[in-house]
Design a protein. Structure first.
Length: 121
């Protein structure tokens, strides 16, 4: 039923009056799919929502989180990086932003260690 509602909302496109939908149905569906252990399906829903509502915090974070849970670190890194850039001036300690920083930092460490190993060779 939620998927049908999301399809209907997609047909309407972005709401002509800001802020539009408070939480797009596809984002809600993506969150539900994460909660029931279907991150690959959730990733598709968040990506579809981002096509209509690009740059939304929840859409980017949801797509990143779903990608991470699905083992798609390349897309997780891409979405987390977009979110980090978008919120770079935010001094917030939101749990989501802390997770973004932790993920990106952890992704940078293996790259740093590879660079160190290659300079020793």
């Amino acid at each position: 039923m939620l998927r049908r509602a999301a399809d209907s909302e997609d047909m309407l496109g972005k709401h002509p009056v800001s802020p539009g939908a408070f939480v797009p149905i596809r984002e809600q569906l993506g969150t539900l799919l994460i909660e029931v252990g279907k991150p690959t399906e959730a990733q598709r829903e968040f990506e579809a929502a981002l096509k209509i509502y690009p740059g939304r915090f929840r859409g980017l974070y949801g797509a990143a989180q779903a990608s991470e849970l699905a083992g798609d670190n390349e897309n997780a890194n891409r979405y987390y990086a977009k979110l980090a850039a978008q919120t770079s001036k935010a001094g917030s300690s939101r749990d989501e932003l802390n997770h973004v920083r932790e993920f990106l930092s952890a992704q940078a460490k293996p790259a740093d260690s590879k660079g160190v190993a290659s300079t020793r060779q």
